[in-house]
Ligand binder design. Sequence first.
Ligand SMILES: Cc1cc2nc3c(=O)[nH]c(=O)nc-3n(C[C@H](O)[C@H](O)[C@H](O)COP(=O)(O)O)c2cc1C
Ligand code: SF4
Length: 597
Amino acid sequence: MNDLLLATLRTVLDRHHHDGTRLVQILRETQEAFGWLPPEAISGIARAIGWPRVKVESTAGFYSFFHTRPLGRYRVLWSDNITDRMLGGAELMQAMCEQLWLEPGRVSEDGLVSVATTSCTGLCDHGPALLVNYRAVTRMTPERVAEMSALIRKEVPLTEWPIAWFAIENNVRKKGLLLGHDLAPGEALAAALARGPENMLAEVKAAGLRGRGGAGFNTGLKWAACRNAAGDAHYVVCNADEGEPGTFKDRVLLTSYADLVFEGMAIAGLVTGAKTGLLYVRGEYRYLLDPLKSALAARRKAGLLGENILGTPFAFDIEIHLGAGAYICGEESALIESLEGKPGKPRIRPPFPVTHGYLDQPTTVNNVETLAAACLIAKHGGAWYAGHGTAKSTGSKILSVSGDCARPGIYEYDFGVSVAQVLAECGADKTQAVQVSGPSGVCVAADEFQRKIGFEDLATAGAFMVFDTTRDMFEVARNFAHFFAHESCGFCTPCRVGTAVVARLMDKLAGNHCSPYDIDEMFKMHRLMQETSHCGLGHTACNPLFDTLKKFRPAYERRLQSLDYAPAFDLDAALSQARQMTGRDDAGAHLLSGETT
Ligand SMILES: Cc1cc2nc3c(=O)[nH]c(=O)nc-3n(C[C@H](O)[C@H](O)[C@H](O)COP(=O)(O)O)c2cc1C
Ligand code: SF4
């Protein structure tokens, strides 16, 4: 091991107290120093934390942002989300490859640069976006591609690149309850401390607050279960993994409302009895790490974190962990595995995190927005909060609006707002569909635009992707199929194989090579994945395919019609043929009757 590597490892490991549960952070910081993870580094880390080398390798191999072989001194990753593609991302990436004489996914022969794609970078409101050495660059244009390629060829360090390229905007277009708050730092926490843990919990229950991470679980019940669980220590985890394509509201909350989020974590700590909070931020938001650390330092200085908060016996502090490019780490038990230094594979549940979470201790995992909303409840009370929104969806929801509209960005509404109203306000024209809550959510067609955002109707973690009539909804679904195939963690066979097969079949259909048999195979995969997958990723992976097939059939039929042997093909005939071929009367019936299971 050379001296530089040794010295770097010593610094990184000391910073993390040679603690294996910090492995993801140790690997990230080591890679930041060398651009990749050399074998000697893996061995050195394994020895230092006392883990078998194979365990360290398995973590390093799991995350797409870790590299156990060199991938170029400049590593460019273009966001492959559908909205970036709609803004020309794929063509710009191709142009960059041509200018750098590169094939996508390959490292240049001189080891200078590699160019590839990555899943959504959470910058859909100002794409096309990319990451260069994991720093985000937005609004790529042909001119910017040419300039960037020249800088890379000349090996100009990133610190000397135009600063404007790295500017990330908030694009807050509409403020509501949360984004329009007037709370000073410490105000909500002081109100919570004055109420005391039991009363604060009662207010959260009275508010009817439900999780904003997608599932909509009742926050008061979750906090009560965690509070009542026996353990040596309790933990609060803030889930800022935000990997669902089309979602970027947590990015904005962490950028400009970090105090509110940290304060929400402290309130959760007060209620559940936790003294430690862990903020898990997706690796794509690496640029937020230093500002967030500064915000934490300022809060400690102001007596809002640490011992004797605001002069009371209450003690609570927060540490930040960065992810490393794995969508599945948004799933709460996978996130906890990642926090413990392991590959982010969802745990078998029960037991649930509220009783056996981080380090097997009672843990509440909450979305960024949920925790921020708790501050409003601390200040104004549960009844006030429950007075906004609808009966089953109290309060407000922040939407991340992107795609075909004049004003992409962040919009906050009380629950119950219609899709049509959001479309009108974001300047959408000739809209044919909205993908609500990302690929794992629901595709809403024009005749459904009066449907409402809320747990009673359209539940959402926040993504609101707009597609106008020029878009091919089959290609949208194909992009999502590839997303799921890429992000499946591989733990269970139905999802690992099923997502790959579905992506391949969608490619086959795109090339007009599909037969009725293939459509039936997709139905089978969907059922199999829904019934037998281990976690929500596998359960929802076929949602976009079936929504678009149901609502935009011509986009699929066009491709089937061009089959040489069936020039006048229609989907109904294909399905009945599939039934004959499989000998099953129900082949495809669930689709045609409008069900997706
Ligand atoms: C594949 C998958 C990805 C998820 N990604 C996120 C995420 O990025 N952020 C999030 O808050 N919840 C995500 N969730 C939901 C979490 O598992 C969990 O329900 C949530 O963090 C709980 O917080 P809440 O009660 O405040 O909503 C995901 C779930 C699945 C199955
Ligand atoms: S369903 Fe997919 S993502 Fe979930 S555990 Fe199985 S393989 Fe992993």
